[in-house]
Design a binder for this molecule. Structure first.
Ligand code: OSB
Ligand code: MG
Length: 368
């Protein structure tokens, strides 16, 4: 791919409003921006989506930085690849660390698409011109959550997800459902329950949720299969699906009826595509998850979500959902509840250099 250099930048920005789950609140976001430049000066962009602390997965911004700088970028420099499809295999000697792998792998996909002069969505087999946009409300206060939902519905968002836990579920969901009888509504538990809560989760069946996301342990697929046999609401797995084989086994066991695909969680676009293709062959609908990310990762998600198996609106909101000003231009806009898939080469967005430099706290260039 003729790579000349890889630049890594750590950025840090406050969120407009705190985002809260039963595991804690996110008020500020750090991430790693990757710029892979080729000999002709073409720039591929990636984003490392690990959080500052290991609450969602075991990776953090610092572990990603270490793995990128000391292992992944050196492997790329020493061995080289001719197509981003080879990156996940190249990184095989590094166990897991999927968000670090995806950070550089997604930059290589953007670079490849730009070298070919085609949109990333086209390069990976995307077929949609625009994608429906869903929103996540991370606010346990019922009155505030309802106000937020009203605002988002006014702006056209097509699906709403709320966070639940045993401390805040039946009454919370019940009230939201009473207030919005026809809303495409779903709930994400981020592993707040155990199998002993099956009756509690069964009680949610009457609210017509599109699905319940990751009710049980973050690494479980066995108990989820038991739970799915006891409740009518479809289970969607997020945290538990970290590899292609996780997806295969979960579908085989009946642990879920839907899968949320996050590029970072599964180690890149190549693995995300494989999981998409498998799920399509098994008639398991998929949707694109979100990571409270900046515009680079959002842009990769848009390309991914343009593939035909993404039949449910994902957690892909506009740049203004979390940021006063994003690090890309143009910003990502939601119009009538949809985001246009760019027809420009690569991810179709450029870095907003002024904004990026304002929020960069550390950077390093590795020359090839
Ligand atoms: O579980 O899907 C999740 C955010 C951070 C980590 C995990 C999750 C989420 C979200 C928000 O639900 C998605 C978004 O708006 O980016
Ligand atoms: Mg989730």
């Amino acid at each position: 791919m003729n790579i000349k250099s890889v630049k890594l930048s750590v950025v840090k920005m406050p969120l407009k409003h705190a985002f809260t789950t039963h595991l804690g609140s996110v008020t500020e976001r750090e991430a790693i921006i990757v710029e892979a430049e080729d000999q002709n000066g073409i720039l591929g962009l990636g984003e490392g989506v690990a959080f500052s602390s290991p609450w969602y997965t075991e990776e953090t911004v610092r572990t990603s930085w270490h793995v990128l700088k000391d292992f992944l970028v050196p492997l790329l420099k020493e061995k080289g690849i001719s197509h981003p499809d080879e990156a996940f295999g190249l990184f095989r000697s590094v166990r897991r660390n999927h968000m670090a792998k995806a950070a550089i792998e997604t930059a290589l996909w953007d670079l490849q698409a730009k070298q070919e002069g085609i949109p990333l969505a086209k390069l990976i087999g995307g077929t949609m011109d625009s994608i429906p946009s869903g929103i996540v409300v991370g606010n346990p206060d019922l009155a505030e959550a309802i106000k937020q939902i009203e605002g988002y519905l006014d702006r056209g968002y097509k699906r709403v997800k709320v966070k639940i836990s045993p401390e805040n579920d039946i009454q919370y969901i019940g009230e939201i459902r009473r207030r919005f009888p026809n809303l495409a509504l779903m709930a994400d538990a981020n592993s707040a329950y155990s199998l002993e809560d099956a009756d509690r989760l069964k009680a949610l069946d009457e609210y017509g949720l599109l699905m319940i996301e990751q009710p049980l342990e973050y690494d479980d697929i066995v108990d989820h299969a038991k739970l799915q046999s006891q409740i009518a609401t479809p289970i969607c797995l997020d945290e538990s699906i970290v590899t292609f084989d996780d997806a295969r086994k979960a579908v085989e066991l009946g642990s879920c009826k839907v899968i949320n695909i996050k590029i970072g969680r599964v180690g890149g676009i190549g693995e995300a595509k494989r999981i998409h293709d498998f799920c399509a062959s098994q008639r398991i609908p998929v949707w694109a998850g979100g990571m409270i990310e900046f515009g680079v990762s959002r842009a990769h998600n848009i390309a991914l979500a343009s593939m035909p198996g993404f039949t449910i609106p994902g957690d892909i909101s506009g740049s203004d959902r979390y940021w006063e000003e994003d690090i890309i231009q143009p910003e990502i806009k939601v119009l009538n509840g949809s985001i246009k898939v760019p027809d420009r080469p690569g991810i179709g967005f450029e870095l907003n250099r002024k904004r990026l430099s304002e929020v960069t706290i550390f950077e390093e260039i590795i020359h090839f």
